[in-house]
Design a protein around this ligand. Structure first.
Ligand SMILES: NC(=O)c1ccc[n+]([C@@H]2O[C@H](COP(=O)([O-])OP(=O)(O)OC[C@H]3O[C@@H](n4cnc5c(N)ncnc54)[C@H](OP(=O)(O)O)[C@@H]3O)[C@@H](O)[C@H]2O)c1
Ligand SMILES: *[C@@H]1O[C@H](CO)[C@@H](O)[C@H](O)[C@H]1NC(C)=O
Length: 385
């Protein structure tokens, strides 16, 4: 009897008490973390794939928050219509500016060109926020997918974002690599319109980068590679942040300090299903088993996804999904990525719960795929469900 009490006490002391303390301290700590980590008012934002779907909704919401918005896609007609749609949402139509460039982002040189042209359009300052959002999915069973499609999916979903990150980070960090002399006119070209605020580079990933889902072999690996690039760049950017801090410390005079670039923050947003033109297109080639595996996934509107994504950035999150299931997938697959929430406690606790839930969900997903093969054979093409 007394032994049982003792062990219950120990359980309370070592397991429940720390969890309880964490929960009680959360609201208190939140008071200190209400800062907006993603201010856009008066700043210039570039959104690729901004002519429709999620990108267009991001443009609208950022326009409402006072940003200058520049969108990039291929089709000029859609771009013009989207600029009209986005600019109609401007907080201050007198001062905010809106524009587009038509470019195929699967060419690396086009990514360099757009960053150069936007810098010129932005009165010589590079954009403050660059969002690599263009992407598209053609889900299919792996062996039914032509090799050409496997490659082109990588081109638009991984390489286009990588080219853009490369062009943008080079532009942003150039003053550190070759500091302009005081007589050099490049000083104004590379300096920022808001030197004290960090710049942001954001990837649009997908929740399929966390969990293997039959039918997404052409697409998911590209988004997983994108997430790996983001994690790697997050680590690498500390090098530049350190150098920036050191340069600021040793150049107190404002003239030389103006050539020191702002810090850079990097993020990935991983939505689930969004009802966009892209999703309609993706549904056409999607195998019935993929539809079955996604059944529980809520369909979000593009405006809802934009709202949640920007809220996550405002909270300073590095990696974020846009709905509950996506968050469960994220916390189950964090690896070395930073945890969100005050000192990461929420993600850690949520991850523990999900680790247990996955003991049921994982095998259930496997069984569903097996059962489809058992009942329908390998012939189940899209549309036969
Ligand atoms: N919809 C979903 O269910 C879902 C779920 C998770 C993640 N995502 C991701 O979220 C992002 C946006 O998805 P969405 O559904 O909103 O997209 P969407 O409706 O298919 O729109 C794609 C946008 O990208 C542009 N684009 C496509 N290929 C391009 C290229 N080679 N060069 C330049 N621009 C190109 C398109 O314009 P043009 O065709 O005129 O170039 C369009 O503006 C994508 O990265 C997607 O992978 C979507
Ligand atoms: C695509 O199919 C799913 C069913 O799996 C559906 O819920 C979704 O609304 C469809 N998307 C569009 C844009 O119609």
């Amino acid at each position: 009897m007394s032994f049982a009490f003792e062990s219950a006490d120990n359980f309370w002391l070592y397991v429940c008490a720390p969890v309880l303390v964490a929960f009680i301290s959360l609201p208190i700590m939140r008071l200190f973390s209400s800062k907006n980590h993603f201010p856009v008012n008066g700043r210039t934002v570039v959104i690729t794939g901004g002519s429709q779907g999620m990108g267009r909704a991001l443009g609208k919401l950022l326009a409402q928050k006072g940003a200058n918005v520049f969108i990039v896609a291929r089709d000029v007609g859609k771009l013009e219509a989207a600029v009209e749609y986005i600019s109609a949402a401007a907080q201050d139509p007198q001062s905010q500016r809106f524009h587009y460039i038509s470019a195929d982002l699967t060419h690396s040189s086009e990514n360099i060109r757009i960053i150069d042209e936007i810098t010129t359009w932005n009165n010589g300052s590079p954009p403050d926020v660059v969002w690599a959002n263009a992407g598209m999915s053609t889900p299919q069973l792996f062996i039914e997918t032509p090799i050409e499609t496997l490659r082109s999916q990588m081109e638009i979903n991984y390489w286009a974002a990588t080219y853009l990150a490369h062009a943008t980070l080079k532009k942003w960090l150039q003053p550190l690599i070759s500091p302009p002399s005081s007589s050099d006119t490049k000083a104004t070209i590379t300096s920022s319109s808001s030197p004290s605020l960090p710049r942001h580079f954001i990837f649009t990933g997908s929740s399929v980068c966390y969990v293997g889902v039959a039918g997404y072999a052409p697409y998911a690996p590209a988004k997983a590679a994108m997430r790996s690039l983001c994690d790697t760049l997050r680590s690498e950017l500390n090098l530049y942040t350190g150098a920036i801090a050191s340069a600021r410390k040793s150049s107190p005079s404002s003239s030389s300090a103006s050539s020191i670039p702002p810090e850079i923050k990097i993020h990935t947003i991983t939505p689930g299903t969004i009802s966009t033109p892209g999703n309609l297109y993706e549904n056409k080639s999607k195998h019935p088993i993929t539809h079955i595996l996604e059944e529980g996934d809520p369909v979000q509107s593009e405006d809802e996804v934009a709202r949640v994504a920007i809220k996550a950035l405002e909270k300073g999150h590095y990696l974020a999904s846009t709905q509950f299931l996506g968050e469960a997938m994220r916390v189950s697959a964090l690896g070395g990525s930073p945890r969100n929430g005050v000192v990461g406690v929420r993600d850690v606790l949520f991850g523990w719960v999900c680790a247990v839930a996955w003991l049921v969900v994982g095998p259930d997903m496997e069984r569903k795929v097996w059962r489809w093969g058992f009942e329908h054979g390998v012939e189940g093409k899209a549309g036969t469900a």
